[in-house]
Design a protein around this ligand. Structure first.
Ligand code: UD1
Ligand code: MG
Length: 425
């Protein structure tokens, strides 16, 4: 039977092991906080109501959630971080009369995918389970809670690393921090959790033993693609997870016909789409959300900082930085340029070293540059925005352009050459 589904994301912890002033869930992977990645996943898996438990630097986390997910999620405050079980207890205040399923996700597992969550909840429903916990088999399970099973392979309990004896530490099946609860039958357990453990915390994981002791149906769900359950507790794990997410994206792009010459030095955000037969040369960094067309050539050493829409047959070359740039087809920006807050038409050539001066540091405002179709811009030009270059306009090398240029016109601000004869003598 399919039941209603709500999701609770536990995001109140400090993340002590990150050694950072920023709350753990706000650390970014490809310019998006870990929490955003988990919320996106929950939302894509069909969860309409998402409760985020916040605590450490709650102001920052709440600000992020309300700014980006006001329709899909809301926050509840766990004033003191007394453990993951206590965090769910705080969320349960918003779930008093609810009788559907609750999906609980630790806020630090951003590799989890919507497909996995959908299959997991389906499994929970098909088994008519009270509690389903997602586990995985790790070669190095250090730091994770271990799934302890009895002689019949039935789950008995979850034991945290810090509470585990030598034998338990040898267990390779770990708790992922993803759970589904039949809220009607399990809610009571959240209020009965105790904190008599090495960390004096109320462990959510103790609900497993609570359920078994009361003859509830507790099912482990072993996830084969174990990397989806990697948790981030340290900067090293943040880098490891970032690398996995990066390789996932590169695989997806290569499978869809994009040529990635050197995957080891290519960084492309999950939010970027690229058309077939575009070639990405080594040492390219593409952040944020971008759309790149077919048959383009990007790199080497190009940096796209987000909100770029690039049409087909465009060349973006060495040491070129783009931000909020719309570039139409067959345009070349091949060397040493910065193009930001700009519209660049079709078949435009931008010479080496050309810069859009888009930022006024006194007023802290950005202005737009528009370059119309077939314009040709010489090397080392500064386009001081706001400025508009008309169709087929021609800008001489070394010019500083501060006012609009009409179509078909030549604009050049270069000072005349001075030659002093026999100067060396
Ligand atoms: C937890 C699990 C462990 C599991 C691992 C998977 C418990 C007791 N342990 O350990 O079995 O293998 O995740 O990654 O649950 N949080 C709160 N409030 C709190 C404490 C934590 O909201 O009072 C949040 C954190 O922000 C974090 C999540 O809960 O997003 C998990 O907390 P964390 O401290 O990372 O737990 P682990 O030690 O990783
Ligand atoms: Mg963790």
């Amino acid at each position: 039977m399919t039941k209603d589904l709500k999701t609770v994301i536990l995001a109140a912890g400090k993340g002590t092991r990150m050694k950072s002033d920023i709350p753990k869930v706000l650390h970014e992977i490809f310019s998006k906080p870990i929490l955003g990645r988990i919320l996106d996943c929950a939302i894509s898996s069909g969860s309409k109501e998402n409760i985020v438990v916040i605590g450490h630097r709650a102001d920052l986390v709440e600000n992020y959630v309300t700014k980006n997910y006001s329709n899909e999620a809301f926050c509840v405050l766990q004033k003191e971080q007394l453990g993951t079980g206590h965090a769910l207890k705080i969320a349960s205040e918003k779930l008093k009369d609810y009788t559907g399923n609750i999906l609980v996700l630790n806020g630090d597992i951003p590799l989890i995918t919507p497909e996995t969550l959908i299959n997991f909840v389906k499994y929970h429903n098909e088994n008519n389970a009270d509690i389903t916990v997602m586990s995985a088999l790790f070669d190095n399970p250090f730091g994770y809670g271990r799934i302890v099973r009895d002689e019949n392979d039935k789950i008995k309990a979850i034991v945290e690393e810090k509470d585990a004896c030598v034998e338990t530490k040898k267990i390779k099946e770990i708790n992922s921090g993803v759970y589904c609860f039949n809220w009607k039958t399990v809610q009571q357990g959240v209020f009965e959790l105790k904190n008599n453990n090495s960390q004096n915390e109320y462990y959510l994981t103790d609900l497993i033993k609570w359920g078994i002791d009361r003859s509830k149906k507790v099912c482990p769900y072993v996830l084969q693609s174990k990397e989806e359950t990697f948790g981030i507790n340290s900067k090293k794990q943040l880098a490891e997870v970032t690398k996995i997410m990066r390789m996932r994206k590169l695989d997806e792009l290569m499978n869809s016909g994009v040529t990635i010459v050197d995957p080891d030095t290519t960084y492309i955000s999950p939010e970027t789409s690229i058309g077939a037969d575009t070639v990405i040369l080594p040492s390219v960094v593409i952040e944020g959300k971008n759309k790149i067309g077919k048959n383009c050539k990007i790199g080497p050493f190009s940096h796209l900082r987000g909100d770029c829409v690039i049409e087909d047959y465009v060349k973006i070359g060495n040491f070129v930085e783009l931000k909020k740039a719309e570039v139409k087809s067959h345009t070349n920006i091949c060397h040493l340029s910065y193009v930001g807050d700009a519209f660049v038409g079709e078949n435009v050539n931008i010479g080496a070293g050309t810069i859009t001066a888009n930022y006024d540091s006194r007023t802290k405002t950005k202005s737009k540059t528009t370059i119309e179709n077939n314009a040709s811009i010489g090397s080392n030009v500064v386009l001081v925005a706001p400025v508009n270059l008309g169709e087929k306009s021609f800008i001489g090398a070394g010019s500083v352009i501060t006012t609009d240029v009409e179509h078909n016109a030549l604009a050049v601000t270069r000072s005349p050459k001075k030659e002093i004869k026999n100067y060396i003598k």
